[in-house]
Design a protein around this ligand. Structure first.
Ligand SMILES: Cc1cc2nc3c(=O)[nH]c(=O)nc-3n(C[C@H](O)[C@H](O)[C@H](O)COP(=O)(O)OP(=O)(O)OC[C@H]3O[C@@H](n4cnc5c(N)ncnc54)[C@H](O)[C@@H]3O)c2cc1C
Length: 358
């Protein structure tokens, strides 16, 4: 089988990797050979279904499945250094304890059998001794992926052309028209052709080298104005993120975001004062009207978009849903939760029966 994939960001690369493993011949289109303009390259890579409790409850249940599915995929990589599951912490400063109470109330309200651990009265120091905040919640199931390491292990684009159109069986670029058995539209923020309600949500993030800081797991700081997190990579590197701005604008980070993110980081650990800013990055999260992912399945074409803040969290579920349909002609139960659209033409008898030949 011959596949053409438009977009070599997170989903495009993962689909290319899976199809290649199944013996397909894959052409991966992206003008950017190293995926540096993808949201995936900017992403912190946190798998945080609890910390994202404000989102639709589907994100929580699919997110927990996503973490389990990543653990199954791990075995297929000889280098697993991109994966870490040590839980994460949600905390708030003393004057924002109402936010902590609200956060716990939301979890209790939405998730009957949650496994979070409340850390009152300085118990937080047993987990992260260097933080200035002393109370919090430990979310033991949460994990984090070193997004750039993972992207490096997945296939790179092999056709460096801008895709103008993705239609069943065909990809048209600025250079020529290509025919395939199946095509996959994974253009993220560039995929408006097949998703009329697509919008971009700008996210800015800062990389610091901070030798005076030792934090071992992602920290989410509850704040009345913005969401801030600190994600440790290989010591002494830390990511401080991320803004959330409704704008299709990937220009460099703003002064305001720098001030907010860096002062929040400094408020959690004084050692960030002497850190060095080694990189700032802006990415565009591809989002749909309901902020949920959507898969459009047609004979000869699959289009995936709307991963928004949850691309890494949900990617293995998306992958599973697609491969179940392609290789086993099965409509997986996750498809009910994902926004899944199948066009009913002569080759798609009902939503669960999808022809795999052109
Ligand atoms: C700052 C930030 C932090 C994030 N943190 C997290 C996190 O902690 N956890 C999490 O789960 N998610 C996170 N995300 C979200 C996650 O990165 C996205 O949901 C995910 O990358 C979307 O995957 P995608 O493949 O659809 O799009 P992308 O990863 O953006 O890939 C799209 C690709 O398509 C290419 N493309 C676009 N147009 C064309 C065209 N016309 N022709 C050819 N190629 C094209 C682009 O160059 C790009 O390589 C974050 C995002 C940002 C911006």
């Amino acid at each position: 089988m011959r596949a053409g994939i438009a977009g070599a960001g997170l989903i495009g690369k993962l689909v290319a990797w899976q199809l290649t493993q199944h013996g397909w011949h894959v052409s991966l289109f992206d003008p950017d050979s190293k995926a540096r303009s993808s949201a995936a390259f900017a992403a912190a890579g946190m798998l945080s279904p609890y910390a994202e409790i404000h989102a639709d409850t589907k994100i929580f249940s699919l997110g927990l499945q996503g973490i389990a599915a990543w653990k199954n995929l791990l075995a297929q990589f000889s280098d697993q250094s991109w994966w870490q599951q040590r839980g994460s912490i949600v905390t708030a400063h003393t004057h924002d304890q109402n936010l902590m109470r609200d956060f716990i109330a939301q979890i209790n309200n939405k998730i009957p059998y949650s496994t979070y651990l409340h850390l009152p009265n300085k118990k937080l120091t047993e987990y992260e001794p260097e933080l200035t905040a002393k109370q919090g919640v430990f979310l033991r199931e949460e994990a984090v992926i070193d997004s750039r390491k993972l992207l490096n292990l997945l296939p790179n684009a092999n056709i460096h052309q801008q895709v103008i159109s993705v239609k069943p069986h065909q990809i048209i670029t600025t250079h020529q028209q290509y025919k395939f058995d199946w095509v996959f539209d994974c253009r993220g923020s560039g995929g408006g052709e097949n998703f009329s309600d697509l919008r971009s949500v700008r996210g800015e993030l800062i990389y610091l080298a901070a030798p005076e800081v030792t934090i071992s797991r992602p920290i989410h700081l509850l704040h009345p104005r913005y969401q801030v997190y600190i994600v440790p990579r290989k010591h002494p590197i830390y990511l401080i993120g991320a803004s959330e701005i409704e704008a299709n604008d990937n220009s460099p980070i703003s002064v305001r975001t720098c001030l907010e993110l860096l002062s929040a980081a400094y408020s959690l650990h004084r050692g960030f004062a002497e850190a060095r800013i080694i990189e700032t990055i802006t990415g565009l999260r591809p989002a749909l009207a309901d902020n949920l992912p959507r898969i459009i399945f047609n004979k000869g074409m699959v289009a995936i978009n709307g991963l928004y803040r949850y691309g890494f969290l949900l990617a293995p579920i998306i992958l599973h849903t697609i491969t179940q349909a392609l290789f086993h002609q099965e409509y997986s139960h996750e498809a009910d939760l994902l926004k899944w659209e199948a066009y009913r033409d002569s080759s798609v008898n009902h939503i669960g029966t999808i022809a795999t030949t052109a």
